[in-house]
Ligand binder design. Structure first.
Ligand code: NAD
Ligand code: UPG
Length: 628
């Protein structure tokens, strides 16, 4: 099969979006082998052995794929400037540092934003040190280098990019190609300015790119050549039809599976990296085997547990790697192959867990539900703290000291955000409902309800404290990303807080060190769940919010403001000159700390009226209703 333009691939494999070649699909159904022969561990081993021989002949394990187009290797200087996705194809320049002087200029127009990167931190330094030490571990692992395995990852996003970069780093004998339908995103991966900001990522990519790590839009070619295919595409919440607002939309997964079936000529291990509903592997298996043309596929579930902002650290030292497969001899061999060929290169044996497929798929949803539940638990307690005079930090500390509970993930906040928690819990809720378990569904729904309550409670505090109206008042928003150390704004609580304030006609001035004006305007105008589609498919309203301005400096954002809201826990917000901020604000000057990053007592000494989530209330706030 010859090379295919990216858009053609898209149209071809998504029935609802383009003219899929249905006749072709029926044909392949007709000629597919009706009975899937045994998973060819032998066949795969043969192909691996053949590749190994080729690699040996090529003279070493730092193999460059002979067919790798040369254009993949040199950095591509610019990406589509209009691409600043909501976690989707993002212009390379967007998360990067403008010259210092430029930071004082307000960005205007789509894609004009350049954000500075925080100075190198200890985390990045420790990653560099690990990189320097990795030569040593490579030596230990040369035994694997006799085999040349080729990996292709479909989806060059927050998961596909970093995970594959780390696999390439830790497994120099494996060639890893990350493919995507988005050209701007691939261009950015091939440039000096990567499409996502993640501490330590640049160093890892620089080490491997062009050696055994490649980024390409030639999806079909690399899928056809791969032994192991990771699928790390979007799995958004459905917005229409059956299960709308809850169920996972598997359009992108299905299109990837159909494409794999169509272009494969050799046996494959297909790995679910995306977070998917339980039993997705069964559906994928059906698509692949009905189109198999005698090719053997093994489907594995290998969910990703990295958190943004610490992705590289998490990938270097995962708490666990989970691999689920069929409990057949062939399934077990595929699990072993992924374990030994890939993860055993750097992950200790006792951290690699193997399970059946459904346990692995469900564990991912369950893990996120448990994590989010902790945050909703502490946030629920934060409301009670405010009502009673208890301090949520003290309560969380005391509770977390119980070794059965533990101290992590007990920071009260304005609410959890990010692309995963809400989506995955909704997915879990839907699965429970489909399995006739409404009580279980309602239990998990409550985690999201408390999260929504926490966000609206915060907005109510702002409005009610400021004489029950913010109409025409300038409110500064410090922090828009869903957490620190990332430029990602997907499901950030800042969106809901801004909508709440805009609903009361506030004038909003936003500063975030990593998020651009274009992105913020897109976020505020996008429909619920629309953000989780590839950029070119995201519907957005063309109108920008005139009451919203985005500035490059916290002092600029707060100048003349009546109140300021801290919505992301960026370290720099701890050390701002709050006296200077106070002097330049309207009086009375309010601080609403949604992340508990400032010391409320110190700020009160300056003269601020301070609200901190779950902390004893300022005398001023005590007289105000908790709910406006
Ligand atoms: N972001 C996280 O921290 C995280 C962590 C663990 C798991 N996950 C899960 O991983 C999956 C991917 O998440 P992400 O944050 O990387 O998303 P993302 O939007 O950043 O990346 C997905 C990429 O897939 C591409 N894509 C979609 N369909 C494609 C196709 N048919 N062929 C080729 N490319 C295609 C898109 O263009 C996009 O670049 C989701 O299921 C998510 O729930 C995310
Ligand atoms: O004590 C806490 C911890 C987190 N948060 C908030 O919770 C959200 C999610 O944070 P975090 O879990 O650190 O980031 P994610 O990148 O969303 O990672 C989660 O979602 C990923 C996608 O599935 C999983 O892979 C990770 O294991 C899981 O931690 C953010 O808004 C945080 O500010 C709190 O409010 N309080």
């Amino acid at each position: 099969m010859g090379p295919f333009p990216v858009w053609a691939i898209w149209a071809r494999y998504i029935p609802s979006l383009g003219p899929i070649s249905r006749s072709k699909f029926s044909r392949s159904l007709a000629y597919s082998v009706p009975c899937l022969s045994l998973w060819a561990s032998s066949t795969l081993t043969h192909s691996l052995a053949a590749a190994a021989a080729a690699a040996a002949a090529a003279g070493g394990h730092r193999h460059h794929h002979p067919q790798q187009p040369p254009s993949l290797h040199p950095p591509v200087p610019t990406a589509d400037p209009s691409s600043n996705p909501h976690g989707q194809p993002r212009a390379a320049s967007e998360s990067r540092s403008p010259p210092r002087s430029a930071r004082h200029r307000r960005p205007s127009g789509p894609g004009s934003g350049c954000r500075r990167r925080p100075p190198p931190d200890l985390n990045a330094i420790s990653i560099l040190l690990t990189l320097m030490q990795s030569d040593d571990s490579d030596l230990k692992l040369r035994k694997f280098s006799q085999k040349m395995v080729k990996i292709c990852c479909i989806g060059a996003g927050y998961v596909g990019g970093p995970t594959m970069a780390v696999i390439a780093l830790k497994c120099p004998a494996i060639e890893v190609v990350v493919v995507d339908i988005s050209k701007p995103r691939i261009d950015a991966w091939n440039s000096d300015q990567l499409p996502i900001y993640e501490p330590g990522l640049d160093e890892v990519v620089k080490e491997c790119r062009g050696r055994n790590l490649f980024f390409s839009t030639d999806v079909e070619k690399h899928v056809a050549e791969a032994d192991i295919i990771f699928v790390s595409v979007n799995t958004p919440t459905k917005t229409r039809g059956l299960g709308a607002g809850k169920a996972a939309d598997l359009t992108y997964w299905e299109s990837a599976a159909r494409m794999i079936a169509d272009v494969s000529k050799s046996d494959k291990i297909v790995v679910e990296k995306s977070t998917v509903p339980v039993k997705t592997a069964e559906a994928i298996e059906k698509i692949l085997t009905h189109n198999s043309k005698g090719i053997n596929y093994q489907i594995l579930s290998n969910p990703e547990f990295l958190a943004e902002g610490t992705a590289i650290k998490d990938l270097f030292k995962p708490d666990r790697v989970l691999i689920g497969g069929r409990e057949t001899p062939e399934g077990k061999k595929a699990v072993q192959a992924l374990k030994e060929e890939v993860y055993a290169h750097w992950v200790p044996e006792d951290r690699i867990i193997t399970t059946n497929l459904w346990s692995a798929e469900l564990s991912k949803l369950a893990a996120n539900a448990f994590l989010a539940q902790r945050i909703s638990s502490v946030n629920a307690i934060s409301a009670l703290c405010e009502a009673t005079g208890a301090n949520v930090s003290e309560v969380a500390y005391a509770v977390g000291k119980d070794t059965r509970i533990g101290p992590k993930f007990l920071n009260a906040s304005v609410g959890f955000g990010g692309s995963c928690f809400q989506k995955d819990i909704l997915n879990l809720v839907y699965i429970c409902e489909c399995n006739g378990l409404p009580e279980v569904a309602n239990y998990w729904k409550q985690v999201i309800k408390i999260n929504d309550y926490q966000k609206s409670r915060f907005v109510n505090r702002v409005v009610s404290s400021m004489f029950n109206t913010v109409s025409g008042k300038k409110i500064a928003i410090l922090g828009f990303a869903f957490k620190k150390d990332t430029g990602d704004t997907r499901e950030t609580p800042a969106i809901d807080v801004c909508h709440g304030l805009l609903g009361d006609k506030a004038q909003i001035s936003i500063y975030d060190p990593q998020v651009t004006e274009d992105q913020i305007q897109r976020d505020l105008s996008m429909g619920k769940f629309d953000w989780d589609h590839p950029r070119h498919l995201q519907p957005t309203s063309p109108t920008a919010f005139k009451q919203v301005s985005v500035v490059w400096d916290a002092y600029e954002a707060t100048k003349g403001a009546h109140g300021l809201c801290i919505l992301t826990e960026w370290d720099e917000f701890k050390t701002l000159d709050y006296q200077r901020i106070f002097d330049n604000m309207q009086k009375p000057a309010f601080v609403f700390d949604g992340r508990n990053v400032v010391d409320p007592e110190k700020l009160r000494e300056i003269g601020f009226i301070v609200y901190s989530i779950g902390k004893p209330l300022d005398a001023w706030l005590k007289d105000m209703p908790a709910v406006a």
